[in-house]
Design a protein around this ligand. Sequence first.
Ligand code: HEM
Length: 324
Amino acid sequence: MALLAALLATVLCLSSQIKAQLVVGFYNSRCPRAESIIWEEVLKAFLKDKGIAPGLVRAHFHDCFVRGCDGSLFIDSTPTNVAEKDGPPNGITLRGLEVVDNAKARLEAECKGVVSCADILAYAASDSVVITGGRGWGVPAGRRDGRISRAAETIDIPGPFQNLDQITQAFAKKNMTQDEMIALSGAHTIGRSHCTSFSNRLYDFSPANSQDPSLDRFLAALLKIQCPQGPQGDVDPNLVVPMNRSPALFENSYYRDILAHRVVLTSDQTLITSPESLSEVREYAFNEREWQEDFADAMVKMSQIEVLTGTAGEIRSNCRVINP
Ligand code: HEM
């Protein structure tokens, strides 16, 4: 009997370690001003540059999809390691990371070695949604920072040329459903895209159609002006366009744009290629509140992918460099 009780206790203890939970209000006693310092830094940066908000929301997604939400996105490359931030989907398209550096510097001065870079980004993403008019969420925290960051692993991040099945699979690999993926894609209601993320739809779509027939022709004409081809047929990799007509406003017009074939990325347009996904896009297009709620719930779930807690990993003192 005693043996059975000991066995049960060990199993319970092990399972609680495996499921180490993040909690809302994690820093209330550990570093009481942490959340307000992060909010101040996000707000200050946003007032100078509205692109900070979409940059931080996307950065959180990219951090979570590679080795979990462990702040590995911030680590700089070294002569012996090409880090995530220099992997194909990141590079020049990332923005807003300096906001996390600034918040980190203030937090280290306030409570040294307490607040992880991964948590700062999770808060900053929620703040960014609130600042642009969306519904925030209680951010579960207590993440620790990882010590590994490899560009090759960014292959886990879905790409703009992928179809519904491929994107659904990329999310399933992270234990996220297709419904959650569709809700999260609504983040594309803010921000910008580089022309090279969709220029194939304008000039080089298929042998039969140089232009993607699923792209509204008026939008295509506008995008061709914004993203002209150079003499060699290439498009300047630095050119960007807004994701939609209100790129600093977190609202559900993204879904109506999909229905009207007025979204720039193939990966967005592909969301209406199955009856089930089409019906979810329709639902969100006409039910703002439902989407905002589902978006927030899916963000909370995404933000807990493969997190490090307890004594795993570290609290980096500089988000760009692993501790010595
Ligand atoms: C479903 C699969 C997804 C694909 C294929 C995808 C792809 C992309 C691409 C290609 C861009 C443009 C980047 C550039 O050229 O500058 C972009 C921008 C963006 N993505 Fe996604 N994304 C996906 C899902 C998500 C999710 C889940 C989120 C967040 C929850 C997100 C948030 C954003 C934001 C906010 C931007 C604008 C970034 C900025 O303005 O700097 N995306 N995405």
